[in-house]
Design a protein around this ligand. Structure first.
Ligand code: NAI
Length: 388
């Protein structure tokens, strides 16, 4: 079980771009990075509004001189300091990820970026190449992948408990945008603006999460896909508030993914079900401490986090015994813990350590963008099957 004696020689000096006052996801980054004391928030450019960003940073207890007006000043001025930041998290709207990530890598920083990583695959590839050339960590915040029961699911699939994988069904379908709330919500409004959100809305905002879970659990690679998308609230066109994708995988397995923000009455309904020749597993993000395991011909089992019968009880993912509910912040902290270990290994050029560390990396971010490009290509041709 994880205990707080694990530590680095010194916490990683860490900054943030975005995630300012009123942002949806800024606090989740700060709370999760702080959890194991591996990161120390020392600087930031938290807001598009420079004065508000500075005030916010000061309210967080930062040195006001290190609360910058924009990311360019943050990277340039921190690089001049002996105690400048070593890593940055980027929690800004999608249109800015590419430019800010590129500038961060060029400034010699390790990068943790929000999803969807970029608008195009070419941009994502450029970031991947740059991270490699500079020997920097580049992680993508697919936060759900930090839930321990998904690591159990991955281990079960790896060990063949399900048999041959035949079908994967995925969905992330909430109902919060069943009415045009973007008229009053800035956070919803940018998500439906292609100039800021990118070529998709729910596919990128929601679907990329579950698509990554499929990759992480099964390792399946898409051969062809077919996507249908529409906006039930007409003013959201050309971006979709609902989409269905069908997959043919290279192994012969098949799958579906439903992404929606108009699933009226639903909170999240992010689920992944992996069906094999012998058994199936199913995980639901609203009950993340459990994993359904159904062997054909036997009563269904509900596996619980933290129990000795699990295959996977690794130290990073194990913070408290079974029966105690863990949630979103622990899942994110599990990822930040891995990012810290990876950053430390990068700094020490410890390739052997890096080879053993799993985390959602720039390749995972790029795969998500590539998937989005294929979905748009298919949908724009009237739901045509396209080669991946
Ligand atoms: P938001 O609109 O609520 O907040 C964005 C924040 O970034 C604001 O504080 C804004 O002032 C600041 N900002 C915008 N441009 C900036 C710039 N150039 N420099 C400095 N600050 C800037 O957005 P939200 O919902 O927090 O989303 C941010 C990103 O996080 C998006 O890419 C979104 O897809 C992703 N996200 C990821 C989640 C996850 O589970 N991993 C959950 C929610 C959002």
């Amino acid at each position: 079980m994880f205990n707080e004696e694990s530590h680095l020689a010194a916490p990683i000096r860490w900054g943030m771009v975005g995630g300012g006052r009123g942002s949806e996801i800024g606090y989740a980054h700060r709370a999760s990075a702080a959890r194991d004391r591996f990161f120390a928030l020392t600087a930031g450019a938290f807001d598009l509004d420079a004065a508000r960003g500075r005030e916010f940073g000061r309210d967080l207890g930062l040195d006001p001189e290190r609360c910058y007006a924009d990311y360019q000043s943050l990277f340039a001025q921190e690089a001049q300091r002996d105690d400048g930041i070593q890593a940055v998290s980027i929690a800004t709207p999608n249109s800015t990820h590419y430019a800010i990530s590129k500038a961060a890598l060029e400034a010699g920083l390790h990068v943790i970026c929000e999803k969807p990583l970029t608008f195009t695959c070419a941009e994502a590839q450029e970031l991947a190449d740059l991270a490699k050339a500079r020997h920097k960590l580049f992680a993508v915040m697919y936060g759900y992948s930090g839930f321990p029961m998904l690591h159990q699911a991955r281990a079960m699939i790896e060990q063949g408990l399900l048999g041959d994988i035949r079908i994967v069904t995925m969905q992330f379908a909430h109902g919060f945008h069943s009415a045009p709330i973007e008229e009053h919500s800035p956070g919803a409004k940018w998500r439906m603006n292609p100039a800021i959100s990118g070529p998709t809305y729910v596919l990128g905002d929601l679907g990329t999460h579950t698509y990554y879970l499929m990759e992480m659990l099964t390792g399946l690679e898409v051969d062809e896909l077919c996507c249908m998308r529409q906006s039930f609230i007409q003013s959201r066109a050309p971006l979709e508030d609902n989409a269905h994708v069908m997959f043919k995988f290279k192994t012969g397995a098949v799958g579906t993914l439903w992404a929606s923000s108009v699933n009226a009455g639903s909170m999240h309904q992010q689920k992944i079900r992996v069906i094999g020749s012998k058994a199936s597993i199913e995980w639901w993000d609203e009950h993340p401490n459990q994993l359904r395991y159904e062997i054909q011909g036997q009563p269904a089992q509900l596996l619980d986090r933290g129990m000795p019968y699990l295959l996977k009880n690794d130290a990073i993912c194990s913070r408290i015994g079974g029966g105690h509910a863990e949630g979103f912040f622990e899942a994110w902290a599990n990822l930040y813990h891995r990012f810290a270990m990876a950053i430390d290994a990068f700094e020490r050029a410890d390739q052997a350590m890096l080879d053993t560390l799993w985390y959602p990396d720039v390749q995972a971010g790029m795969n998500g963008v590539r998937w989005l490009e294929a979905c748009v290509e298919s949908a724009d041709q009237g739901a045509k099957w396209v080669k991946f």
